[in-house]
Design a protein. Sequence first.
Length: 288
Amino acid sequence: MNRRNRELLASPYFIWSVGFTVIPLIVILRYAFTNAGGAFTVENILAIGDSINRKAFLFSLEIALICTLLCILLAYPLVMVVRRLHISRRAFMLFFLILPMWMNFILRLLAWQMILSSNGILNFALQALGLKPLDIANTWTAIIIGVVYDYFPFMMLPIFNAIADIPEDVIEAAKDLGAGPLTVFTRIIFPLSIPGLKSGITIVFVPSMTSFVVADILGGGKLQLIGNIIEQEFTRSSNWNLGSGLSVALMVFVFISMAFTIKDDVVKEDLELVCVEGTEKPGRRKAA
């Protein structure tokens, strides 16, 4: 395949990227750095430091951190169990975990709303067991449950792929040398699964900060994430300048967070390259 054919095949992706990524981003940046009169300003971006916006941002950061941590704690035990299953059962388990993602996102949140409501399925089951009902609906806990439920597969699958690539011989060799299950996990499985863990953190942490739909449905609109503030500026207040400024401020924070991950990967690759070169040079000298 020559270069011209490759360019023709890539043209739909290029057109899509320009039309739905580059142009909207330029529009957002234009609104972010201008006021209602079109004059240049940075007040829209600095508005992230206002009391209401700062409170929503910190609350969003708290939700994202807790959600990411819970997804990690839930993903590793499940991945270790799935890893031990036969290939056919493993495929069925993964299909079972991914199946809810085929359903509409709003419908899944409405289902959780029915489960967590005061007269919902959860309290009905608790009362049937003689237990006290829980008041979870429209609370911080409901938002956490919804966010974790929605983004858990995006944490589990990268970790599973990373662990599935670990050769079984490496684990068996560690066991033959006397390593227990905890040592095998902490010294072999977990370090080798870090690339998948980083991918999962990136996929889960960033979207969970702006899940304003989850806050609206499961939080009852009582708790405001930064995504809710931005959405309200665009839809209710029609203040595209301020909404764009807050979006850009959030985008900068996300880029800074991702930069540390990319930097760690680059440093790790450089160290691995140095180690490989260090082991190859003596052999080359000997051959010479």
